[in-house]
Ligand binder design. Structure first.
Ligand code: ADP
Ligand code: ZN
Ligand code: ZN
Length: 817
């Protein structure tokens, strides 16, 4: 009897691949285990067992597997079911889902490069011979390819050894070397243990009688520790005792003080007491009851609660109940920035039951969370994470909270699978027969519409917690202000007045500048030329801090020019403005004020969000300037003014969601103001104060915005009435993109007629030397999605059979946002 397995390979090909196995292997293997298999001429891949059977493949001879990598399945049938849905719905291969779903440490392959683990302190004697050989090789050479390891060990199959070494933390996958993060260590001091007793202490103080300054330090140390039982920072001690660092160092050298370090910014829970959850107020309680009742008949409930209405506390109550039944909970957020504040909040209530999972975590941290979830440990009963946490091996998921459900950043764009995490979460909760809450202060038109047609349940909270009024919004016409010369840089007199007043009251300010299309570019005053990226069809943007011109699409950069490239003129002007420029202007307008900035440039490191956020919380920063990032879900206590520098760029964005998004964005940023006692203030600067959306948002009329948008969408055939699939073609030759896109669109039109739009060049038609052209397919609700996708796949297959088109890359984005 011959035995075979079908496996999923982590590659974009749609199909499964069949390998032959022995009878013993067949008895041992189960779906969801990994095996190492040969592929192509010389590659080895980690593959996932999908099916065990006895039918030999018809068209090729099955190769043998190299090795079984797991004792037990690492992927559950529920996960596979979810992967299959994602693969089919978003038109990606199961292999692509496999690749993005598991931590890369699970996917060793022949191309993988490994290095020594940075914290490797293994006892060499505990290593087996083959393990030791690799360990030793890495002492001489920092990076090894798997083929090289094969040579060292003189055998083909090295994955099991490597897996063992990864487990023992001797090696790591290369990717991790790129991790920028260095833990920030904070220096603390305490009295040396020998002075613990009263008596020895007395003696010490006497001996220090002549060293006045040192004595002062010790006395200060006492007074600090008497008032607060907490570790004492060297810095704090130095300030309070007015001692120089040399004096403290002398005390350390004399072994009177002992220094030690604590890693500050690592988000581990250090055990303190957990608190009881808060008592819900009347409005929260009503929402909570509504949700509970709704869950008896429905699986999805939208919680529409205005900003600062206390949605989180409602989730907390529901989470408490679910975990009491032993089930797991997933708390999904669209952005890592948001996890920072929430971690602390959830840990207060749930202590170490909360695990965090997102892409800024290292492979090892991710593998750890993965394993805890897999083993259904209490330590990971509640997972807080960004979209990739959907792929964790839950076995018993009772509740998903998808917070800020309106955020389009829930959609994965690159690489495939291009899934929408909110929608994939709804499917996941169904697979687990669990429930899901979508939460937002500005629900997406789609979700709100789904409550209107009875697909989702709806719970609402219409008051802020503590009955604080929503901030008052003022639209400032900057066209008018310019005309009357009442602008200083990008600040209107109204905004400046309000800033001054807020500062005088000791309150904080958030200034929002939409990043899109608003980074400063350089323009020649003489000939109008502005420096372009050689790889992309965009102007380079000016980064003052580095004095560079940079491309935001491909990172190409050059030093800032003193002269125009085209005409040599020295008169260069900067156009548009970004967060940096606002920061700069602020520093000139308010030289004494501490200004912080939160945007892509300032938040690259692993904990940089956290640092900025906590500096603002601690009021070390008075004005925070930022992009989209600071719009969502952050809860600052002392912010009373929000300024939106320019509302127009968002409104004018060429996208059918532009109006909805502008409403959401403005409402969300506005929601950061006045969250505690006093009503906050929002100043919106615009050239177009009578714009419908600005009128609606200024009075917080979501319902009107929704009705208008829904009418437009119905009329112009957009979601939620139609589905959209965007097909993008990419190639380095302009003509080839043009021709092939025309061919593709024409073939689609044969089946779908006028519901095919394009092909069209996007606003930026060339990125990283590739020309782009988009085709948009609109799918009416009554048209079978499955058949539509089959047709697209067929068109794609014929497309690829045309030899000149074969090198054109095709990207299919289902439910494009
Ligand atoms: P949302 O997520 O709706 O914007 P939050 O859940 O962040 O609102 O709540 C806003 C603030 O009000 C938070 O600081 C929270 O601690 C506080 N809060 C909300 N509900 C309660 C409650 N029931 N008791 C005490 N404080 C609450
Ligand atoms: Zn010029
Ligand atoms: Zn570029």
């Amino acid at each position: 009897m011959a035995y075979f397995i079908d496996v999923i390979l982590p590659i974009p090909l749609q199909r499964l691949f069949t390998y032959s196995i022995t009878e013993t292997e067949a008895n041992f293997l189960q779906q969801g285990m990994r095996v190492a298999v040969p592929f192509g001429k010389s590659k080895v891949y980690t593959a996932l067992v999908y099916k065990i059977h006895q039918e030999a493949p018809e068209t090729y001879e099955a190769k043998e597997i190299q090795q079984i990598l797991d004792e037990e399945p690492i992927i559950s049938p529920q996960q596979l079911k979810h992967w299959e849905w994602i693969s089919s719905y978003y038109m990606a291969s199961l292999g692509e889902v496999f690749r993005s779903a598991v931590p890369s440490a699970f996917l060793l392959e022949s191309e993988t490069i490994i290095s020594k683990h940075e914290n490797c302190d293994v006892d060499e004697n505990s290593l087996k011979d083959d393990e030791f050989l690799i360990f030793e090789a890495l002492q001489h050479q920092s990076l090894l390819k798997i083929q090289e390891i094969s040579k060292i060990l003189d055998k083909k199959n090295v994955l099991p050894v490597l897996t063992r070494l990864i487990d023992k933390k001797v090696i790591q996958v290369y990717e991790e070397i790129y991790e920028q993060y260095k833990p920030k260590l904070v220096r603390y001091v305490k009295l040396h243990a020998k002075y613990e007793s009263e008596k020895s202490l007395q003696e010490l103080l006497e001996t220090l009688n002549r060293a006045k300054k040192q004595r002062e330090v010790i006395l200060t140390l006492f007074s600090i520790s008497a008032t607060a039982k907490k570790p004492i920072k060297v810095k704090e001690l130095a300030t309070q005792s007015k001692a120089s660092s040399a004096i403290i160092k002398a005390l350390i050298d004399k072994e009177i003080l002992e220094e030690y370090y604590i890693q500050r910014d690592r988000i581990t829970y250090n055990g303190g007491e957990t608190e009881d959850s808060k008592q819900l107020n009347q409005y929260q309680l009503e929402a909570y009851e509504t949700i509970k009742t709704a869950f008896k008949t429905k699986d999805v409930c939208l919680l529409y609660g205005i900003t600062s209405s206390g949605k989180t506390e409602v989730y907390v109550k529901l989470i408490e109940e679910i975990i009491a039944t032993g089930k797991q909970v997933l708390y999904l957020l669209p952005e890592i920035a948001l996890t920072t504040q929430l971690i602390t909040r959830l840990q207060q209530y749930f202590g170490e039951k909360v695990a965090i999972y997102h892409s800024k975590y290292s492979i090892h941290e991710r593998v750890e969370v993965w394993n805890n979830v897999l083993e259904n440990k209490p330590k990971a009963q509640i997972v807080l994470g960004a979209r990739s946490s959907l792929f964790l091996p839950f076995s018993n998921l009772g509740l998903i909270v998808a917070d800020e459900e309106h955020e389009t950043s829930f959609k994965q764009f690159d690489p495939a699978p291009r899934y929408h995490a909110r929608d994939a979460a709804i499917v996941l909760s169904k697979i687990h027969q669990g429930k899901i809450i979508l939460g937002s202060a500005t629900p997406s038109v789609e979700s709100y519409y789904n409550t209107k047609i009875g697909k989702y349940a709806l719970a609402t909270i219409t008051r802020r917690y503590g009955d604080v009024l929503l901030p008052e919004m003022e639209l400032v016409d900057i066209k008018e202000k310019h005309r009357k010369k009442r602008m200083k840089g990008h600040f209107s007199d109204r905004l400046l007045e309000e800033i001054q007043e807020t500062l005088d009251n000791g309150e904080q300010i958030i200034l929002f500048q939409n990043r899109r299309g608003f980074a400063p570019i350089i323009e020649c005053k003489t000939c109008g030329n502005s420096p372009q990226c050689p790889n992309c069809d965009v102007s380079l943007t000016f980064h003052q801090y580095k004095n560079q011109l940079r491309c935001h699409y491909c990172s190409h950069h050059i030093a800032m020019q003193q002269q125009c490239f085209a005409c040599g003129s020295h008169e260069l002007d900067s156009k548009g403005f970004g967060t940096q420029q606002i920061e700069q202007e602020l520093l000139e307008l308010f030289p004494k004020v501490k200004v912080g900035r939160m945007d892509l440039d300032t938040t690259r490191g692993k904990y940089s969000y956290q640092k900025i956020i906590s500096a603002f919380e601690q009021q070390e920063i008075q004005i925070l300037v930022g992009t989209q990032m600071l719009t969502k879900g952050l809860d600052f206590r002392n912010v009373n003014l929000v300024g939106i520098m320019n509302a127009d760029s968002m409104l004018n964005f060429p996208d059918f969601r532009a109006h909805e998004r502008s409403f959401q964005l403005i409402q969300q940023v506005a929601g950061r103001a006045g969250r505690t006692k006093k009503q906050g203030k929002v100043i919106v600067q615009t050239y177009n104060p009578y714009h419908q959306i600005l009128q609606q948002v200024s009075v917080g009329n979501y319902e009107a915005m929704f009705t208008d948008q829904l009418n437009d969408r119905r009329q112009f055939q957009y979601p939620p009435f139609y589905r959209l699939i965007k097909i993008t073609l990419k190639h380095k030759e302009y003509n080839r993109v043009n021709e092939s896109a025309a061919w593709f669109a024409k073939s689609l039109r044969n089946s779908f007629g006028d519901n095919v739009l394009g092909p069209e060049f996007p606003p930026i038609a060339r990125i990283r030397n590739l020309y782009l052209k988009n085709i948009l397919l609109k799918i009416p609700k009554n048209q079978s999605l499955g058949k539509t996708k089959d047709m697209i796949s067929r068109v794609q297959a014929s497309f690829l059979s045309i030899s000149t088109y074969r090198s054109v890359r095709i990207i299919i984005d289902v439910d494009t946002v």
